[in-house]
Structure formats: structure tokens, C-alpha cells
Design a protein around this ligand. Structure first.
Ligand code: G6P
Length: 609
């Protein structure tokens, strides 16, 4: 993970670096640092463990001098504890070269040994520090050449930015695997891990490609291949806007984002179903191909993977098309059976998840067509896919994904309907009815959010439990997985999601009066089966919180607490059932005093394997 920002221009770099760096905090927040070159050719570095606000405190005590060139970094630890020393930038022993890095240097151990023999001493436990020493030993007066020689020895994924006191007018950037963009300003230029970080400064960007490096000064950007060949980069003008990252009166971004779901879905339906007719602009796969495809493979991580699991039920039901779902990290190493008759659907909020990108490349190499369901416009995934269905859910800042999830679900419903139309696998009347019911989802979600006081009470009454089990069946089995993920991500309470039918094969051993069991028991063809499972839990003294359909008078007799959702077609229930579970996780985490938006050890975008 980690986020990188670099600046070269006429202004003082430090305030600019910090302002941009804060927009990258979603990538990691266990430590941060900044390195600048002042007007007397000094390289000065400040670092701090913890969030960027800690670095700001350090800088208040020890301000940096005015500088026109600087690099900065927010870290998500891979090698070495989150300490001041392990924070980036890392410098060579002479203190003349500084490096920030996003990625993992896989051969750092042998390089470290080799560099030690050459007289370098290491102060941190990071893999990054080898890069600073390596550049240093290879430096013979030409920084670009030294960086080029150093990266030729690196294995793994990296995006780096390098500055040197001997070259006070430039910075060097290079990437393989990890994202890096260059922002082109007016007599000033930037490096950033993603576009939104610099969007309020410039909209003209170069997406540095794998195997490319750049030498950047105030008024010039030269891009080269690692072999040293100069290339003419494509300059893109980014048209999307990033909504102001404000909490707008909410205590946390997560709560704000939960509340943004009805409007987000309403916007999506307005764009995608103008006058009830489906518009999947961006799909860029012909009806002919959609009609003839033999299999769909969904690849994704985390919450997006859970959206993919719901997608399987939707597509198999509506389009009668075999759909397999895999986590990207498993898919990429399992020699999956994929060919040109497979349509791969990659799902990712950020579009930068390293495993998902690698899985897509693997599938592409095997001849599959790739479409992505993606939130961040212009992301690496979007650029590498044959077609992109943007969810346009807006900037999601809370690390625990909420509004991106329901937007991904909605896109799967629309895709399922599209596939069913071209494959003629569902009656038009059925699809028409589903569309009608989908259009009511935003209002249903609004009514659910109005019940938040009741959900808060239930959350507070159960926040003391040390272990939660989430059970669901059929299309709400993924809802159980996602509900459990939300709770564990932000409350740190062990929470396990399970297919209710599997309960007897293990999880039932966990149940006693000290466990809370959340059962998604909305009206469906498996409702009775869920009730039987609930009885089995009650017989073992488990505390049951049910998510049930409004008007279900019976369920209260079987459970301790009921969270109700409006009645809707069974296939669409995941769009509603997840809302009370998101809120419950949120309130439990708040009650426990946790940092909801930046939970420990997590990052919003996982850009390392
Ligand atoms: C991280 C985030 C999750 C997210 C997952 C996949 O783990 O904390 O919220 O679901 O990455 O991210 P993506 O951007 O690919 O959807």
C-alpha cells in the first residue's frame, strides 16, 4: 500500500506535500514522512509514527525550511514495525539521497547483505532502505543513471520517488506494479500514487506505465523506459471531479457514506435506466459476445468479493450462466480454466488492488474478455479492462466499504438483467418487474436509515459480546459474510460469516450464552430453513439478532432482537439486508471507542500483494 507525493515547483513544497498526502491516507496511516531540498543544498527529512497529524505536530516543533523540491509518504507497514525509523523517506548513509517507496522489494534480503559488505549500514528494518543505499553506491554524478542501474537489480513491485541534494532542481520517479502518476502543472509538477490526491492542483496527468521512469523538474518531464529509451508519454486530461471530502455533520465518513447509499443508487438508476431502458454504457462488449459467452468468472477482494458472490446468484438465476467467483489472490495462482469464451468481471472500488490487477492480467493472457465494475474513474483496473461499468458512487473514504458495496450490487443486477435480455433466459415480464422493484430500492434504503435509533439500541445492547457469528442462506449468505466483515474490520470483535446450512458442520460448537448470532432471515424460499437454524441456536442459548422482513410477526418469538427491512423480491434482498448490518457494525465500533474511519492495520486500497 502506502501513498507517495512529490512536488517540484516555485512554491514551498512542504504544505503542498502535506495537503496532498492527507488525500492518500486511505492507503495507509501507520507512519508518514517528508523529505525536502532547501536552498543551501541540504536534504532534510522529518518523520513520525502514526497518522499524518503526528507528522504535522513534529513539523510544528521542527519546521522545514522553504524548499522547491520535496517527496512525502504515508505508510502501511510491510517490512518492519510502524516506527519513526521505519517511516519513509529513507536515506543513504551520507544523507544525500532520499527515497519513498510503495510496494515490496522481494529480493531486499540478499541486496541488504551485499550492500552491508560494501560498507552500508542499515538503520531501519524496511525493504525500502536498500533502494537508497543501492542508488548511493551506484551514483557517479548522474542521478538518473544511478536510479536506472538500481532498479535493474530490484525484484518485486515498486513505485518510487527519489531526490538528491546534488540535484536540487529535480526528482526521479519509477514504477513496476505499483501505481504512479505525474501531474503537470504550470511551471510545477507532481508525482502521486493516485489522481484524486492532486486533482485540485492539476487535471493534466501522465499515467506512468510499468517499466517507465521519469525525470521531473519545474518545467519539464522526461519519461524513459528502464532501458533508457526516451518515450513520448500520453497526457490525459482528467474530467472527473472529486466531491469535497467533508463529513458534512456526520461523526465519521463511514456513517456519511452509509447515508449516501439511497442517493447514490438513485443516481445510478437514473443514468443506467433512463425511462426504464437499460443503458450499460462502458460495457463495450457486444450483445453477440454476451449471448455466446460460456462462463463468467468474477474476481475481486474484500467487500468487492462479497458483491461478486451476490453477483453469482443474480447471474445464474437470471442469465442461467455458470458463474464462478474467486478472490483475486487465489485466482492468480490457481491456473484457472479461462479462455476466450469466458467473460471475466473484475470488481474493485479503487481499481488499484494489486491482486485484482494481477488476476486480470492473468485472465487476459489466457484470452478472456475483461469487464470491470469499478468506482474510481481512470484507475489502473479501468484502464486495463476491455469495458468498464463505473459505479459512480462518489469518493469513499471510510476504510470499511459501504456505499461502494451496494453500488457494486446494483451493477450486478443491471448486468444480470442485460445478460438475461440478450440470452433470453428470463421472461420479459419478470425483468420488467425486477426493474420496477429496483427503482424502489433507494426509498426502501431511506426508510431503513430512518430506523437507525432502533439499530443503535440493538448494537449497544450487544456490543459487549466477544464473538459474533453471522448466518445467511442462498443470496444472503454473502450478506452474512459482508456483515461479519464490517463488524470485524471496525470493532475488532471476532466475527465469522457462514452459510447457515453449514452451521452444523462446525460453527455450532461456538454457540453458548456468550455468543451473538446474527441471522439474515428475510422472506425467501429458504426462510423456513433459516428459522430451523435459529431454533438450533436458541436451543444452545445463543443470543439471536435477526434481520427479517417487515410484517413478519412470527420471528420475534424465535429471536432476541429483530432488525426489519422492507419487503422486496427475494433476489433483491441483499440491497436492503446489508444496511442494518452496516449500521450495527458502525454503532458497535463507536461504542467501543474505535477509530471507525481508519481502523487499525487496514488500508482502503491494498496495492501490495
Ligand atoms: C481493502 C479495503 C476493503 C476493500 C478491499 C478491496 O481491504 O479495506 O474495504 O473491500 O480492499 O478493495 P477494492 O478497492 O479492490 O474494492
Amino acid at each position: 500500500m502506502c501513498g507517495i507525493i512529490g512536488y517540484v515547483g516555485p512554491s514551498d513544497s512542504t504544505p503542498i506535500l502535506l495537503a496532498c498526502l492527507k488525500k492518500l491516507e486511505y492507503r495507509g496511516y501507520d507512519s508518514s514522512g517528508v523529505g525536502v531540498l532547501d536552498h543551501h543544498s541540504h536534504l532534510i527529512v522529518r518523520k513520525s509514527k502514526g497518522k499524518i497529524k503526528n507528522l504535522e505536530e513534529v513539523l510544528k516543533g521542527e519546521p522545514l525550511p522553504f524548499s522547491n523540491v520535496g517527496i512525502s509518504h504515508t505508510r502501511w507497514a510491510t517490512h518492519g514495525l510502524p516506527t519513526d525509523i521505519n517511516a519513509h523517506p529513507h536515506v543513504n548513509n551520507a544523507g544525500t539521497i532520499a527515497v519513498v517507496h510503495n510496494g515490496i522489494i522481494e529480493n531486499y534480503a540478499p541486496l541488504r547483505e551485499k550492500l552491508k559488505k560494501q560498507g552500508c549500514y542499515f538503520v531501519s528494518q524496511t525493504d525500502t532502505e536498500v533502494i537508497a543505499h543501492l542508488i548511493s553506491v551506484l551514483y557517479k554524478g548522474d542521478l538518473k543513471q544511478a536510479v536506472q542501474k538500481a532498479i535493474a537489480q530490484l525484484k518485486g513491485a515498486f513505485a518510487i520517488a527519489v531526490i538528491s541534494k546534488d540535484h536540487p532542481d529535480l526528482m526521479i520517479a519509477a514504477r513496476v506494479g505499483s501505481p504512479l502518476i505525474i501531474g503537470l502543472g504550470d511551471k510545477e509538477n507532481y508525482i502521486a500514487s493516485d489522481v484524486p490526491a492532486i486533482l485540485d492542483r492539476t487535471r493534466r496527468v501522465i499515467y506512468l506505465k510499468d517499466g517507465q521512469m521519469a525525470v521531473i523538474t519545474m518545467d519539464k518531464v522526461d519519461v524513459f523506459t528502464f532501458a533508457g529509451q526516451k518515450v513520448t508519454p500520453k497526457v490525459d486530461t482528467v474530467s472527473f471531479t472529486v466531491s469535497a471530502a467533508q463529513k458534512e455533520g456526520y461523526d465519521h465518513f463511514m456513517l456519511k457514506e452509509i447515508h449516501e447509499q439511497p442517493q447514490g443508487l438513485a443516481n445510478m438508476l437514473k443514468n443506467r435506466l433512463p425511462s426504464g431502458k437499460l443503458n450499460l454504457e462502458g460495457l463495450d462488449v457486444s450483445d453477440k459476445v454476451l449471448a455466446s459467452v460460456k462462463k463468467i468468472t468474477v474476481i475481486a477482494c474484500g467487500t468487492a468479493y462479497h458483491a461478486g458472490l451476490v453477483g453469482k446468484y443474480i447471474i445464474e438465476d437470471l442469465a442461467r450462466l455458470t458463474t464462478e467467483v474467486d478472490t483475486s489472490s487465489e485466482f492468480r495462482y490457481r491456473n484457472a480454466i479461462i479462455d476466450k469464451h469466458t467473460l471475466v468481471v473484475a470488481v474493485s472500488q479503487s481499481g488499484e488492488t494489486a491482486d485484482t490487477l494481477a488476476a486480470v492480467r492473468e485472465a487476459k493472457a489466457k484470452g478472456a474478455k475483461i469487464i470491470s465494475i469499478c468506482n474510481v474513474v481512470g484507475s489502473s483496473l479501468a484502464r486495463e479492462s476491455d469495458g468498464v461499468l463505473y459505479t459512480h458512487a462518489g469518493l469513499e473514504i471510510g476504510v470499511a466499504s459501504t456505499k461502494a458495496y451496494t453500488a457494486q450490487l446494483m451493477m450486478f443486477y443491471l448486468l444480470g438483467i442485460k445478460l438475461a435480455q440478450v440470452r433470453q433466459t428470463a421472461k420479459p415480464a419478470r425483468l420488467k418487474d425486477l426493474i420496477k422493484q429496483l427503482q424502489r430500492v433507494p426509498d426502501h434504503q431511506k426508510s431503513l436509515l430512518e430506523q437507525k435509533a432502533a439499530i443503535l439500541k440493538i448494537a449497544e445492547a450487544n456490543s459487549h459480546f466477544g464473538c459474533f457469528l453471522y448466518l445467511g442462506r442462498n443470496i444472503n449468505y454473502p450478506t452474512a459474510l459482508e456483515g461479519a466483515l464490517k463488524l470485524k474490520e471496525i470493532s475488532y470483535i471476532p466475527a465469522e460469516g457462514y452459510a447457515a446450512g453449514e452451521m452444523k458442520h462446525g460453527p455450532i460448537a461456538l454457540i453458548d450464552e456468550y455468543r451473538a448470532v446474527v441471522c439474515v432471515a428475510v422472506q425467501s424460499h429458504v426462510y423456513e430453513k433459516m428459522i430451523s437454524n435459529i431454533q438450533e441456536i436458541r436451543a444452545r442459548k445463543g443470543n439471536v439478532i435477526a434481520v427479517a422482513t417487515q410484517g413478519d410477526k412470527d420471528i420475534a418469538h424465535h429471536v432476541d432482537y429483530v432488525l426489519t427491512v422492507p419487503a422486496i423480491d427475494e433476489l433483491l434482498t441483499p440491497l436492503l439486508a446489508i444496511i442494518p448490518l452496516q449500521l450495527m457494525a458502525y454503532y458497535v465500533a463507536v461504542k467501543r471507542g474505535n477509530d471507525v474511519d481508519q481502523p487499525r492495520n487496514l488500508a482502503k486500497s491494498v496495492t501490495v500483494e
